[in-house]
Ligand binder design. Structure first.
Ligand code: IPM
Ligand code: MN
Length: 357
């Protein structure tokens, strides 16, 4: 298969972890005879520094005309909330322009990492759910206002029936292939948008009679997701709640450094680690590349390359088995971002010198 992939490494640890993801993808290309063509482009703080814009037109055009986008991380402390122009605006605009309305974040702890989580083993073992976060609407994209005196601010949270419908179908279809349970997380006791979500999702559930539908208020969901995460199969929620809950859920897996995600639209697809730019770790060879490498696995799966995706996941499992992990997973580890990435690409290439580690 030929795939043209836009690589947007972004800020902080982005370039370091994405380098390892590219290595894994190149190794897959060699072994399975695919032609993956990478094209690098600027986004985020580095793009502001070089071009004045967090999403240069060149980057946007490239992304609109590629098969997939591999995205690193965005954000730099030098652009704080007082700045008019911020790196995050680049990612938000990219999501909107590419129409990436569904952000899919799977949560399944690795067997070898069950004791890394601060949660008790009996809570973590057997957890397997996926969050469907709406990504191009809601409070992130509503009209923002600040009065002249700078004393009153507002962010509008708006959802249309169509915006809810399209992601709800994807979530139900996923539930159908999984354990057939969908939980809609909202604040229907307070918010009008949540009441619309409930109405629309309930209506759509008639098309999926074999999927059972539950409603859960977001405050309660925040508690349940770490006190009893095994109950979840597919969690469907709005942009803001999905962002909060997926960071919280990363505690189950032991590190946010292992969570991958896919953002899908009608035409485009973007794959990115859930973690941020982690500026303190930049350039120190300590960032966990698993999340980026697993995002590559999601990309392969998206294009129907199931065997290839499996191979990448096995590489990560092997690294865990050999304890070739970064310090977020093992504080005594002598391995860094590069070594972990190298181990996984060697595994994919079937090199037999893994014992070197
Ligand atoms: C994420 C990030 C982004 C978000 C930021 C960087 C805009 O936290 O992808 O989860 O909040 O959506
Ligand atoms: Mn987030």
């Amino acid at each position: 298969m030929d795939l043209k992939i836009a690589v947007l490494s972004g800020d902080g640890i982005g370039p370091e972890v994405i380098l390892q993801a590219k290595k894994a993808l190149s190794a897959i290309g060699v072994v399975y005879e695919h032609d993956f063509i990478f094209e690098d482009a600027l986004i985020g703080a580095i793009a502001i520094d070089k071009t004045g814009s967090p999403l240069p037109e060149q980057t946007l055009n490239l992304c609109l005309n590629t098969d997939a986008v591999l995205f690193g991380a965005i954000g730099d402390p030098k652009y704080n909330s007082d700045s008019n122009i911020r790196p995050e605006q680049g990612l938000l605009r990219l999501r909107k322009e590419l129409g990436l309305f569904a952000n899919i974040r799977p949560l399944k702890p690795f067997k070898g990492l069950l004791d890394v989580s601060p949660l008790k083993r009996e809570i973590v073992e057997g957890v397997d759910f996926v969050i469907f976060r709406e990504l191009t609407a809601g409070i992130y994209f509503g009209k923002k206002k600040l009065n002249e005196a700078g004393t009153i601010a507002s962010d509008l949270c708006e959802y249309t029936e169509d915006e809810i419908t399209r992601i709800a179908h994807l979530a139900f279809q996923s539930a159908q292939k999984r354990r057939k349970k969908l939980t809609l997380v909202d604040m229907a006791n307070v918010l009008e948008t949540s009441r619309l979500w409930r109405k629309v999702v309930y209506k759509i559930s008639a098309d999926y009679p074999e999927v059972s539908l539950d409603f859960l208020l977001a405050d309660n969901a925040a508690k349940q997701i770490i006190s009893n995460p095994k109950q979840f199969d597919v969690v469907l929620t709005s942009n803001l709640f999905g962002d909060l809950l997926s960071d919280e859920a990363s505690v189950i897996t032991g590190s946010i450094g292992v969570l991958a995600s896919a953002s899908l639209g009608e035409k485009n697809a973007l794959f990115e680690p859930v973690h941020g730019s982690y500026p303190h770790a930049k350039g120190r060879n300590i960032a966990n590349p698993f999340a980026s490498i697993l995002s590559v696995a999601m990309m392969l799966e998206h294009f129907g390359l199931t065997e290839e995706a499996k191979k990448v996941c096995e590489g990560v499992e092997k690294a865990i088995e050999y304890n070739v992990v970064t310090i977020d997973l093992n504080p005594d580890s002598k391995f860094g971002t590069n070594e972990v990435g190298e181990f996984i690409s060697n595994f994919i290439l079937n090199k037999d010198d893994l014992m070197y580690f």
